[in-house]
Design a protein around this ligand. Structure first.
Ligand code: IMP
Length: 422
């Protein structure tokens, strides 16, 4: 079976959860390799809604091994709640979930620092999810982080946590925030450590065994290409590598074992939080919000919306090595007479066909649009390619071609059944 990396080709929230769920059928193992509980993957199964934040969506299928890899940052309290919530709904966790012993831990001081830094930034705030993701990755890079193997080692954990809490309390006090009680955090985290211990293991060796057995591994990306710490719209990004390379560093599986990369993108564009969004448009935002669509699954915030942006998706195809595209949310455009697609960014006398790195340029570019005729018919009932309206097929072919990869999957609704293989 193939080893597949799945990435978001836009700014996150591309509908990856559903595509991951569909592709899970083809593999034996699903791995999360970056990010933390800032992510929210929504999956509908027979009208039942599941929102996953840290646990790979593969958990919703029986007998799939699910791995939280070394590249993830784990909020243990959030993870325990997520596991308990799923267990109560009859989802099998024991024997199916494995947590990397070297994944880093998110602590309350990370969340507090995340919030305080946003306040300090004022109008330049990033609009983070306030889950402590940035400060936790900063500790990892500064070599001052604690990993799951520290969390589950009683003696070592106490000593390390006390030192880290004291140090971070000094910073919090300087920022005018309340210091945290070491005792409270220690007690709370010790309960979580006991709960999580049986699931913690060397996931690198586990994945190496699965590679030998050729079970097939799906690497489920969280967030999206333009939130990548290196390739995104810095500084308006998250703190991990959301692009394809992150799947390898975040799991210990080498690039030579990857068969192909699937890119997921919406038939239009959305973004949560601050930062440039060149094809942002209030008409399409009002339309989607009035349909009750495009509210964040982690924070509930309304997402910013815009026309499909082929400049950014073609860049995403290049840097991720995407060969297959999954286009989601086509049905969101069903009522429109004219649909626009951004095909260039104009800045002075220059027209960019790629995403400029300088944020000061990117925030000022004028989108150049191509126009497509809408189909003005519901696509939600279509079960195969031929059942889609002609104009919808033309639109899908055009945006895949402009992006530079082959169209493989079209999603016309949240359920597994509302999936068309092209
Ligand atoms: P952080 O990851 O919480 O630090 O937030 C940094 C930026 O990434 C903010 O603009 C968030 O809105 C955005 N972000 C983080 N996680 C997600 C996600 O899962 N979907 C979409 N945007 C996200």
């Amino acid at each position: 079976m193939a080893n597949i990396i799945l990435v978001g080709a836009q700014w996150g929230d591309e509908g990856k959860g559903k595509i991951i769920d569909v592709l899970t059928d083809k593999v034996g193992v699903v791995v999360r390799t970056q990010g933390g509980n800032n992510a929210g993957h929504t999956v509908f199964i027979n009208d039942e809604k599941f929102v996953l934040h840290l646990i790979p969506s593969g958990i919703l299928r029986k007998d799939k091994k699910c791995v939280i890899g070394n590249g993830v940052v784990i909020d243990p309290i959030g993870l325990c709640e997520e596991m308990e919530g799923l267990k109560k709904r009859g989802v099998k966790i024991d024997g199916n979930l494995f947590i990397s012993e070297t994944a880093h831990i998110v602590f309350p001081y990370h969340r507090e620092l995340d919030s305080q830094r946003e306040v300090l930034k004022g109008k330049n705030k990033i609009g983070t999810t306030k889950r402590g993701i940035g400060p936790a990755y900063a500790d990892k890079a500064s070599r001052t982080g604690l990993r799951t193997l520290d969390l589950i080692n009683k003696e070592r954990f106490k000593e390390l946590l006390e030192a880290r809490t004291n140090e971070n309390n000094l910073i919090l006090k300087t920022l005018g925030a309340n210091p945290l009680s070491f005792k409270e955090v220690y007690e709370q985290y010790s309960v979580a450590a006991k709960y999580l211990k049986p699931y913690v293991t060397n996931t690198v060796m586990l994945l190496q065994e699965e590679l030998q057995k050729e079970t097939g591994i799906l690497f489920e990306g969280a967030q999206g290409t333009f939130l990548d710490i290196d390739h995104g719209t810095y500084p308006y990004v998250t703190s991990s590598n959301t692009t394809a390379g992150g799947a390898c560093t975040g799991s210990g599986v080498p690039p030579t074992c990857i068969d192909y990369v699937v890119g997921v993108m919406k038939a239009y564009t959305t973004r949560v939080g601050e930062g440039p969004l060149p094809s942002e448009n209030s008409e399409i935002a009002d339309l989607l919000h009035s349909m009750g669509r495009e509210f964040g699954s982690t924070t509930g915030r309304p997402r910013r919306c815009g026309w499909f942006d082929a400049v950014s998706t073609s860049y995403a195809v290049k840097i991720n090595g995407i060969s297959k595209l999954a286009i989601t949310n086509l049905d969101g455009l069903d009522t429109l007479g004219v649909i626009k697609v951004c095909v260039g960014y104009k800045y002075g006398s220059t027209t960019y066909n790629y995403v400029p790195s300088d944020i000061n340029i990117l925030t000022k570019v004028e989108p150049v649009y191509a126009e497509f005729e809408g189909w003005k018919k519901p696509t939600i009932g279509a079960s195969n390619w031929k059942e889609l309206p002609l104009n919808a097929r033309k639109y899908l072919r055009a945006i895949a071609e402009l992006s530079g990869a082959r169209l493989n999957i079209v999603s016309v609704g949240p359920d597994r059944k509302q999936t068309i293989f092209v």
